[in-house]
Design a protein around this ligand. Sequence first.
Ligand code: APR
Ligand code: ZN
Length: 245
Amino acid sequence: MGDTSIFREIADKIKNARKAVVLTGAGISKESGIPTFRGADGLWKRFKPEELATPWAFERNPKLVWEWYAWRRGLMHDKKPNKGHYIVAKLEQIVSHFWLITQNIDGLHRLAGSKRIIELHGNIWRERCVSCSFRRENMEVPLKEIPPKCPQCGSLLRPDVVWFGEALPTDALNDAIHHSETCEIMLVIGTSAVVQPAASLPVMAKNQGAFLVEVNPESTPLTSLCDVSLKLKATEFAEELEKVL
Ligand code: APR
Ligand code: ZN
């Protein structure tokens, strides 16, 4: 693998940072066996986002949308975090002010031990009522009832995830922006950086002088902005960084 000097530089910047932020996308879970969205075998090659991951799709056919999420939950429930998730959890122990901002809904960062997580797009293991404030974690696989009903008011429950056309949870987004604007280093791992507003967070970090590192086997719209762009898989990066942390 590449010379360790660049990893040593990244490790030093992380250790000396007052605040470090990591932004992750589906690519960090790829080596855990969870498909990405836009890669060669990505989910959006087989399903149409507008038919499944939108409030209108849910309104039109809640059963179909729930069947798709039940299928994805079935895919995810036995998957384990990989070295990429674990190194991010380890960084949280090293840096005094650390935040993980993830676009992923698979829950693998939590399983790997990350605590300071901002789940920008929600979490597939949580469901919430379309009418009242009821919300719960539900790890059932398979789901007993599709579509599930709210035990409090009887309305439909929906996956507690962000769909296309929906606003992100306000607190999560505000916190993510705040940390992106006040960190000294941001690692961007496994995202195609095309979905807003997540894709703007690294730009905000760069604009205020953060050292920007991308980990992605492919180039993305962010690559030219980064101080370092490592054409590596998340686990390869984790192995190299582990050596010098
Ligand atoms: N390690 C690191 N990166 C990888 C790996 C790997 N092993 N394998 C693939 N990648 C990269 C791909 O090159 C791609 O750039 O991960 C990225 C995955 O991109 P997407 O599939 O677009 O996933 P993501 O960026 O998380 O999508 C953002 O779009 O559909 C919505 O809400 C959904 O959160 C998702 C958002
Ligand atoms: Zn309800």
